[in-house]
Design a protein around this ligand. Structure first.
Ligand code: DGY
Length: 327
């Protein structure tokens, strides 16, 4: 029996690849950079299954050119790079990797919060540059985390995991979401409308998916509501923050600092003004990047892909309605 052909758009952890090797004929894109769109489109057109990443644009034109595709499996929880409605319209299941990266991502959001509050990257650059002359009473003063107010925007799985960490630091926890979240009360988090949350928080951490509703949620007006001592942490998606407004806020003293795991665009160009700011910490979208979690994500992505190739319901579908329609 001929094995289904799958296009995998980057080398993923071996645990995931091993699951696919026996069952599929693998076309693996081995470059560090994503396949250019025309190549992605061409290779997807030759495949029965596509395992992709958040840096691959999966749009209606790509699907149009790939009638053979039976499943798309994204190795990420977010899927704003995929035109899911176009997939659903074609009855094409899309899988993703929710849950497995929650704690790892929350760890990292908290690490960014602490690093920005205590100016760790700046202090490290200072020491390495040979500028450390003595213990200084006013040297590199940061902000306290213990007892401060944390505002969580998006109280889903990751937002709640961040709240659990904040409890260990005796933080006052505020959150906002489309509606009140029952689990939040157990975590001692109080609901606030967005504007009040921005005004009351010492730290604001973003945990919303990128949708038309959350695009530039943090714009000039939102930043103007924040405290001049506040720190913004983004481990969600870059375009949730208006970067031009952020630059103005960071240089104009409207907020104290930002820590960004995600940016718009990704990567930031080397001449991005944000990269020149001491009060803006930028890292390359690595919140879920622990050995164990990336391994689990690869396995989940492989399992979604294999289920789709067998014509079964994906264990973690983004558009479960395609299966309901098949019944
Ligand atoms: C996701 O999964 O959406 C993250 O951004 C990458 O792990």
């Amino acid at each position: 029996m001929t094995r289904p052909r799958v296009f995998i758009t980057r080398v993923i952890p071996e645990e995931g690849l091993a699951l696919l090797r026996d069952a599929c004929a693998i076309d693996l894109w081995e470059d560090e950079l994503p396949p250019p769109y025309d190549i992605l489109q061409r290779r997807a057109a030759e495949a029965d299954g596509l395992l992709c990443l958040l840096s691959d644009r999966i749009d209606a034109a790509l699907l149009e050119a790939a009638p053979r595709l039976r499943v798309i499996s994204q190795m990420a929880v977010g899927y704003d790079n995929i035109d899911v409605s176009a997939c659903t319209a074609r009855g094409l299941p899309v899988g993703h990797t929710p849950g497995v990266l929650t704690e790892t991502t929350a760890d990292f959001a908290f690490a960014l919060l602490m690093a920005a509050a205590r100016r760790i990257p700046e202090a490290e650059r200072y020491a390495r540059a040979g500028r450390w002359k003595t213990w200084g009473p006013t040297l590199l003063l940061g902000r306290d985390i213990y007892g401060a107010t944390l505002g969580i925007i998006g109280m889903g799985r990751i937002g709640q995991a961040v709240a659990r960490r904040a409890r260990g630091f005796a933080m006052r926890i505020l959150y906002t979401d489309r509606a009140e979240v029952p689990e939040a009360a157990i975590l001692g988090a109080e609901y606030r409308p967005l504007e009040s949350l921005l005004a009351e928080s010492d730290f604001v951490s973003l945990h919303v998916p990128l949708t038309p509703e959350t695009f530039h949620l943090i714009d000039a007006r939102a930043l103007s509501l924040m405290r001049p001592t506040a720190i913004l942490i983004n481990t969600a998606r870059g375009p949730v923050v208006d970067h031009t407004a952020l630059y103005e806020a960071l240089t104009g003293g409207q907020i104290a600092a930002a820590a960004l795991d995600v940016t718009d665009p990704e990567p930031l160009p080397p001449d991005s003004p944000l990269l020149a700011l001491d009060n803006c910490l930028v890292v390359p979208h690595i919140a879920s990047a622990s050995v164990a979690t990336r391994g689990r994500m690869a396995v989940m992505a492989a399992e979604n892909l294999l289920a789709g190739l067998r014509g079964e319901r994906l264990p973690h579908p983004v558009n479960p309605e395609v299966f309901d329609r098949r019944r």
